[in-house]
Design a protein around this ligand. Structure first.
Ligand SMILES: Cc1cc2nc3c(=O)[nH]c(=O)nc-3n(C[C@H](O)[C@H](O)[C@H](O)COP(=O)(O)OP(=O)(O)OC[C@H]3O[C@@H](n4cnc5c(N)ncnc54)[C@H](O)[C@@H]3O)c2cc1C
Length: 449
């Protein structure tokens, strides 16, 4: 077993992981700078000295009052706390999570980033997130391991090829690098893909999106948590919210298992649990929660450089920097709060993966897991204010919300600071369901997270 400092020395990119887990000696903690810098020099110094890293963020007492309380310590809640501080100087903020940060979808997703959506509103929104992701490591001083890979959505029939062409047009109109390519080009990019014509679902073409890629999801969560805490936000794990007090149509405070908090502003960023939390404030959301499963194989030599998605086969695959193949699918076919993996999923996944890449038949699955997805009728999020004054929502993230973490945090911080939704999220308001102004993204979000 390696000591923490040896682990840091051997795997430089993992210093952040060790920092979060490292128990720190009280005397050293007093001397330590907060937050510790994670630059190359600091890494070298710590690696050579064997000194422990200070905690990434401090434990704080739960106050009786905060200017704003964010429910949900996933990427959305933590990013909102960070941008409230850096962009608006609002630092008297608490982020509460009933488990540990990243215990929801943010720590369970397959970390695919892209912006090649179907509607102009969606494309602009996700593109802003991609831009923020590109500089996130420097902004947070935290290695989030963003890896640009190229993203391919395969078309196996005429109607999906038509949707790909439609998406490519919308994408290009918004300045996004995205085009439809033919099977020969697909084969060049992903040689192990079966592009022959005599398969059950021959590949007719693909939407190719070069800027798409993958990221280290828990590093994003920890990076935002550390940066928000460094600017004054309090992060309270294992602090379940059990009620929201509303009087005369206004938020007054919240109740938690650890005590009550008075606050004029509450942000619901609880994804799979969002309808339960909204109900505490008397707000009904058009959301249903479904489980979504994923799986990972043993590591193999790097051979797959792009992210490959097949809507027809309900499967997608990417390869991590460590060599594991990460697979995902569409949501389970029933609404549920269960996070159990099923054999049925593993069997279906294996069948479809081998149809796409027969060469993978000997690769062994290491594990599978599941998370909760808050699905809206139009596959777009619900963001902004609600009929209850001071109660905001950033929900409806379904199977595609990790990539939206930065832009959502930025937009919700602005919404809270200004008291109204900024232009970039205007189309995603709760009111659109009553007005019949849905932002239909199903053609771009059902499988290709
Ligand atoms: C298997 C899988 C694969 C996915 N793949 C992708 C992908 O490749 N790309 C992509 O963009 N998206 C993907 N997603 C979707 C993405 O993970 C989510 O949309 C996103 O993480 C939502 O983030 P969040 O911060 O809103 O919520 P979460 O990360 O779910 O955080 C919500 C938090 O709220 C807390 N909470 C709930 N109720 C309470 C309460 N009463 N009191 C206090 N805390 C509470 C929970 O403990 C949880 O930590 C995937 C999801 C899954 C499950």
């Amino acid at each position: 077993m390696l000591a923490v400092h040896e682990f840091v020395r051997l795997v430089p990119g993992r210093n952040a992981v060790a920092a979060v887990r490292a128990p720190s000696h009280p005397r050293r903690r007093r001397r330590a700078q907060f937050p510790a810098r994670y630059g190359a020099l600091a890494l070298l110094r710590h690696g050579l000295s064997g000194r422990e890293w200070p905690r990434a963020w401090p434990d704080q007492p739960l106050r009786k009052r905060y200017d704003a309380v964010i429910i949900g310590g996933g990427v959305h809640g933590l990013a909102a706390a960070y941008y409230l501080a850096v962009n608006h100087g609002i630092t008297d903020v608490a982020v509460l999570d009933k488990g540990y940060i990243g215990s929801g979808g943010s720590g369970r997703n397959t970390a695919i980033l892209r912006s090649n959506y179907l509607t102009p509103e969606g494309v602009r929104f996700y593109d802003r997130s991609m831009r923020l992701y590109r500089t996130l490591a420097a902004d947070l001083d935290y290695n989030v391991m963003f890896s640009r890979r190229g993203h391919l959505t395969l078309a196996h029939n005429d109607s999906s090829l038509r949707t790909m062409r439609w998406r490519a047009e919308v994408n290009q109109m918004q300045g996004i690098d995205s085009e439809v390519i033919d099977p020969a080009e697909i084969k060049r990019l992903v040689p192990y893909l079966d592009t022959s014509a005599d398969t059950r679902y021959p590949i007719l073409g693909a939407l190719y999106h070069p800027p798409g890629g993958i990221i280290r999801h828990d590093a994003v969560v920890w990076g935002y948590a550390r940066a928000a805490a460094a600017r004054g936000a309090h992060i309270h794990q294992e602090t379940e919210v059990t009620g929201i007090d509303v009087r005369d149509g206004r938020v007054q405070g919240i109740r938690t298992k650890k005590g009550d908090i008075a606050t004029p502003v509450v942000l619901n960023a609880t994804a799979g649990w969002s309808t339960l939390v909204a109900a505490m404030a008397g707000v009904r959301l058009p959301i249903q929660t479904f489980p979504l499963q994923a799986a990972v194989t043993e590591p193999v030599r790097p051979f797959l450089h792009a992210v490959v998605v097949s809507g027809t086969l309900h499967v997608y695959v990417s390869q991590t920097d460590r060599g594991e193949l990460v697979f995902g699918a569409s949501v389970d076919p029933f609404a549920s709060y269960s996070t159990r993996g099923t054999l049925e999923f593993a069997e279906g996944l294996a069948t479809h993966v081998i149809e796409l890449m027969p060469g993978l038949s000997k690769v062994r699955l290491l594990r599978q897991w599941s998370g909760l997805c808050d699905m809206t009728p139009d596959f777009s999020p619900i963001m902004g204010g609600t009929p209850v004054e001071g109660f905001y929502v950033d929900v409806g993230w379904g199977t595609y919300g990790f990539k939206a973490g930065p832009v959502s945090g930025e937009a919700m911080a602005r919404c809270i600071a200004d008291g109204r939704a900024p232009e970039i999220i205007e189309a995603f308001g709760l009111g659109r369901f009553g007005a019949g102004e849905l932002v239909g993204e199903k053609g771009a979000a059902a499988v290709g997270h």
